[in-house]
Ligand binder design. Structure first.
Ligand code: HH2
Length: 283
């Protein structure tokens, strides 16, 4: 990939690690520990120390059944965190995890460098906000709303349908004036997908490759790991690392994770194995 995100040029195959900073009181995995601005800032600094390439600050839980968050409340959660990170000279690119155009606009004004939209531009104003700011965007696949997405997990060929819907989101982005070389695509593990769908997407992730657009995958602590292993969210790091490894071996450029130090090591070793296979070449 070759994409400028904030002050940094993301150049090469990666893998690049996006660390999750939840500024939500009801997040399924972090349980509100980072609601307070200072705790979220400290968490972002720790993720940077652990080897994150960028951090993703979000103020609305997407967990099925989580209550919707009004834009005002979401702004109260994320903008002070982004502003405080910039005020203290945080050098990593900051992504804002929001589907609301207004939140994206104010987060970008406070110093965010990228918009991570799990709805793939569901808000009709989002494309214009991203295009006007000249920043990159992550378009993630989902269907329906956070409340009803589980009931929308019905596919014939999940990879083909997610691919077609991601291409439609990309077309919406381009129509709004976002050049394709500023778009990252994400299959949306767990978003309107059951465990079987998430696994098939991970197994066939290469089929989602779209010329000019890097891929991002967020498997961290997700319910498909619980479905396979029975482990609760807080005990899904080994399963997360298996998924990160599979993604990197398949050529995914960016992974979104909570446990950056562990994922950094898994991703780097998987990338080294991938590189060694290329170096060896055919016999
Ligand atoms: N997953 C979550 C949130 N944002 N963004 C992208 N691009 N891809 C993902 O897979 C993705 C995402 C859900 O995880 P998390 O934020 O950790 O939990 P919560 O929904 O409680 O905020």
């Amino acid at each position: 990939m070759r994409m400028r995100i904030g002050a940094r040029l993301f150049d090469g195959p990666g893998p690049f690690v996006m660390g999750v900073v939840n500024a939500t009181p009801d997040s399924f995995s972090d349980g509100g520990r980072f609601l307070e601005r200072d705790a979220a800032v400290a968490h972002a600094l720790r993720l940077a120390d652990e080897g994150a390439d960028l951090v993703d600050v979000g103020g609305e839980s997407t967990r099925p059944g989580a209550p919707p968050v009004a834009a005002e409340e979401e702004l109260r959660r994320v903008v002070p965190v982004i502003a405080a990170l910039r005020a203290r000279g945080f050098t990593l690119p900051i992504s804002v995890d929001t589907w609301k155009a207004r939140v994206a606009r104010e987060a970008l004004a406070a110093g965010a460098d990228l918009v991570n939209d799990v709805t793939g531009l569901a808000d009709p104003d989002m494309g214009g906000v991203v295009a006007a700011a000249g920043v990159p965007v992550v378009l993630q696949h989902m269907r329906g709303t956070f409340a009803d997405m589980a009931s929308r997990a019905a596919y014939g060929d999940v990879v083909a349908e997610v691919g077609a819907e991601l291409r439609a989101a990309l077309a919406r982005a381009e129509a709004a004036g976002i050049p394709r070389d500023r778009v990252v695509l994400d299959p949306g593990i767990g978003f309107a997908k059951d465990a079987r769908h998430s696994l098939e997407l991970l197994a066939r992730i290469g089929e989602l490759r779209t010329p000019g657009c890097p891929l991002l995958v967020g498997p961290s602590r997700k319910s498909f790991i619980g479905k396979i292993t029975g482990a609760p969210a807080a005990e899904r790091l080994p399963g997360t690392l298996a998924a990160v490894t599979a993604c990197v071996l398949a050529g995914v450029e960016l992974v979104r994770v909570h446990d950056v130090a562990a994922a950094r090591q898994a991703a780097d070793v998987a990338a080294a194995i991938r590189g060694a296979a290329r170096a060896a070449g055919p016999l």
